[in-house]
Design a binder for this molecule. Structure first.
Ligand code: DX5
Ligand code: ZN
Length: 217
């Protein structure tokens, strides 16, 4: 099975991001958390930062928008060249037309679900998306503990993807460590976001390798 490890630069040194990208050269994608202090009670950075990262990153960008009104803002991230743009189901007005717009621009379209959000209404929309992000913590902060109660939802979405025959990636984000990644992999995830577990180590590339091993153990 394919395993993708996407380190989240939320846990990286913001003053040295280009250097930090060099320390995660073995990553599949770089996860970029955009927070607006409205959809979540925290603020990070926005489009100008992503435009600049896009210029210097040898690794494709996986943008996670934790913002209100993604219908208005998400296309700009796709236009900046992000490989994937994921917006929250809870915040989107017209998720289907937004996903179509993102794909038209050339990005993979992703939909994210907070821990308390039921997946049922979105299962019929799977053909419109390239990836589904099952949040395994409440969005807003790095370094929180993995919420195992989100696993039945992940299983349900994984079953729906399997029976549809679609190539939709299943991503988990929040509290992913060498101890929890196996649980999420077993429940059907193939794409793993990890912030503190990667950048908390002295050699992030070693952490990426351990996560990869633990996912397939
Ligand atoms: C949380 C963010 C995550 C965060 C994960 O709202 O979406 O991507 O960076 O951080 P860790 O891996 O430390 O839980
Ligand atoms: Zn994220």
């Amino acid at each position: 099975m394919t395993t993708r490890i996407n380190p989240s630069i939320l846990a990286a040194d913001f003053a040295n991001l280009e250097h930090e990208l060099g320390r995660i050269a073995t990553a599949d994608l770089v996860h970029v958390d955009i927070m607006d202090n409205h959809f979540v009670p925290n603020l990070t950075f926005g489009l100008p930062m992503v435009e600049r990262l896009q210029q210097v990153s040898p690794i494709p960008l996986d943008v996670h928008l934790m913002i209100d009104d993604p219908d208005r803002w998400a296309p700009g991230y796709a236009e900046a060249g992000a490989y994937s743009v994921t917006f929250h189901a809870e915040a989107a007005g017209e998720p289907v037309s937004l996903a179509r717009r993102l794909r038209e621009i050339g990005a993979r379209a992703g939909i994210a679900l907070k821990p308390g959000t039921d997946a049922t209404p979105y299962l019929d929309l799977l053909p419109e998306f390239d990836q589904v992000l099952i949040m395994t913590v409440e969005p807003g902060f790095g370094g929180q503990a993995f919420i195992p109660e989100t696993m039945p939802k992940l299983r349900r979405v994984a079953d729906a993807v399997r029976s549809s025959g679609l190539d939709v990636w299943l991503q988990v984000d929040g509290g992913i460590t060498a101890d929890t990644i196996g649980i999420a992999a077993e429940a059907g995830a193939d794409t793993f976001v990890a912030g503190s577990a990667v950048f908390g180590g002295e050699v992030p590339a070693e952490r990426i390798a351990s996560l990869r091993d633990a996912a397939s153990a």
